[in-house]
Design a protein around this ligand. Structure first.
Ligand SMILES: [Zn+2]
Length: 217
């Protein structure tokens, strides 16, 4: 039996680019939940509580010793509750998105694999990545794909998904991080930077998928 790639495409293919949490090759963008009003407010309240708490600690310090007053314990409890709330909102969102993705029953999903360890060394990036929960997202998606029998391909971080033109394959080495629109000097294609990268990751996943089908024939 031979399965043609065109037949596979009919069932739809999803690609995930990890930018605003998730960008799909069909141009769907899932918002970064950390930018929503609810999460921003919650983070603000947590910050304020943390400041309050450290002030109280300093005020009640006896010599070298920190004393836990009833007030401090109360604040701590409140802080912990808010932190749990925030963790749950983020986790639920990851569950919601990954469930939606597998429910579409794509013939495969390909996703860029981020160099999380390397990025964690960058102060500015590490916080954002932690908040986005890339590991957890990937873990959820991996087991849900398994449950639904959907192949998941991780596209290595050295693949130039942003610099390659998704129309003609030309590599634009001069593309800067600030260029939000990909303008191809070779074929004149103009496309949103992230959508372009997502399409490249889809195409790369398609290649891997075709190879794996040939191997199992
Ligand atoms: Zn091009």
């Amino acid at each position: 039996m031979v399965i043609h790639p065109t037949e596979l495409k009919l069932r739809g293919v999803l690609t995930i680019l990890f930018k605003d949490l998730a960008i799909l090759s069909d141009a769907t963008k899932y918002k970064n939940i950390n930018k929503t009003k609810r999460v921003r407010q919650l983070k603000k309240r947590i910050k304020r509580l943390e400041r309050q708490l450290s002030r109280k600690y300093r005020m009640n310090k006896q010599g070298d010793k920190y004393v836990k007053t009833n007030n401090i314990l109360k604040l701590k409890k409140k802080l912990l509750r808010l932190q749990h709330q925030l963790t749950n909102i983020r986790r639920n969102y990851r569950h919601q998105i990954t469930s939606e993705l597998v429910k579409r029953e794509p013939s495969f999903i390909s996703m860029e694999d981020l160099n999380v360890k390397g990025m964690m060394k960058n102060k500015h990036l590490s916080k954002a990545i932690q908040e986005q929960g890339f590991y957890e997202f990937r873990t959820f998606l991996t087991y849900k794909c398994k449950e639904h029998g959907i192949p998941l391909y991780l596209v290595g971080r050295f693949y130039p998904s942003s610099k390659t033109c998704s129309c003609c394959g030309y590599k634009n080495k001069d593309l800067k991080l600030s260029d939000r629109i990909y303008k191809c000097p070779n074929c004149n294609a103009v496309i949103d930077r992230d959508i372009n990268a997502a399409i490249n990751i889809r195409n790369y996943g398609q290649e891997l998928h075709n190879k794996s089908i040939i191997q199992t024939l």
